[in-house]
Design a protein around this ligand. Structure first.
Ligand code: PSU
Ligand code: MN
Length: 313
């Protein structure tokens, strides 16, 4: 594992670090736009007072924090990065491959690097239908002590089943200024969240209590609805979803290809509205993740002003 200097320094000084995933760049956004988004996400994290650590596997090494040229490589379709869930990490490392990490892959590597906060767009979940397609994101979150800030799951998934699996696997789900489990493009679904907080400080106290006092090693989910002005129109959303599902069935798309194909349909058939929503919500989530990370950072705790020995007070 190669941890970028800036990230390693921040971690050892107890300052806030936010993990960012690379699959949403390499496989979730169109080429060109993805590179701009990568820059904006890192800038948003910095603007909120934390250090960004975009995570990927390049040349068979796990990278925690990418340089500009490494971000170029992640966002270049010609580089042909594969999609890496946690199960794919071993083969990719051993075979010297380049790959973009999903929520599952990113959370696993972030936790291993000592990063507790991760901001992204949407979580994988239980797919619609009876094909046993359940994202490893859920399982990994159940066993990895990381806070994931996201906008719930897309309505291309079975939200009811996803919410049930999160409950069964004992993953706390906390609504950020919402009582509804968000549906990515839409601020609300038909499902409520069991807990709600209204400030980053309150979110941080919940996360701290969970990690410090609750037995087990589960992660925690903070769900933040898409900003209201970027929410997709309900009718447009329902039409895109119905079309996308038909497309997947007609073309016989399966497994890990389902999400990217559906996303691409949303992006092309909505004339950019879904892309705008997608970008706005990821940006808002990483900002929120950074605000929570700042609250949680040991260097910012009340005792730290007396404990800190590096001279900065
Ligand atoms: N949501 C997005 N864009 C994405 C994904 C989710 O808006 O690119 C990606 C995430 O990386 C997530 C993955 O972890 O899809 C889930 O894929 P699967 O269902 O194959 O586990
Ligand atoms: Mn899957």
């Amino acid at each position: 594992m190669i941890v970028a200097d800036e990230v390693a320094e921040a971690l050892s000084a107890g300052r806030a670090v936010v993990a960012l995933e690379s699959t949403l760049l390499a496989h979730g956004l169109p080429a060109g736009r993805n590179r701009e988004v990568a820059t904006r996400l890192e800038a948003a994290v910095r603007g909120a007072g934390a250090v960004p650590a975009t995570i990927a596997v390049l040349g068979g090494r796990a990278r925690i924090g990418l340089s500009e040229s490494e971000l170029d490589r992640v966002c270049d379709p010609a580089a042909g990065l594969v999609k890496l869930s946690r199960r794919d990490l071993g083969p990719a490392l051993a075979l010297g491959r380049d790959g973009a990490t999903t929520v599952a892959g990113t959370a696993a590597l972030a936790a291993a690097a000592g990063i507790a906060v991760f901001g992204t767009g949407g979580l994988g979940g239980v797919h619609l239908g009876t094909g046993w397609d359940v994202s490893a994101d859920l399982d990994v979150l159940a066993g990895t002590p990381v806070l994931v800030v996201c906008s719930g799951v897309k309505s291309i998934l079975d939200i009811a089943a996803t919410v049930e699996v999160l409950e069964t696997r004992s993953v706390p789900v906390i609504g950020y200024r919402t009582d509804s489990f968000p549906a990515f493009y839409r601020r609300e679904s038909n499902f409520t969240v069991p807990w709600r907080v209204d400030t980053p400080a309150a979110a941080a106290t919940v996360v701290a209590a969970h990690f410090a006092h609750v037995p087990g090693r589960s992660g925690i989910l903070l769900v933040n609805p898409v900003p209201a002005q970027h929410e997709l129109d309900a009718d447009l959303h329902d039409r895109l979803l119905a079309e996308g599902m038909k497309l997947v069935e007609r073309r016989g798309i399966r497994g890990g290809d389902v999400t990217p194909v559906l996303l691409e349909h949303f992006h092309t058939a909505s004339a950019g509205a879904s892309l705008a929503a997608n970008e706005a919500l990821v940006l808002d989530n990483v900002r929120l993740a950074a605000a929570v990370a700042v609250e949680l950072a040991p260097a910012n705790s009340p005792q730290a002003s007396t404990d800190v020995t590096d001279g900065r007070g």
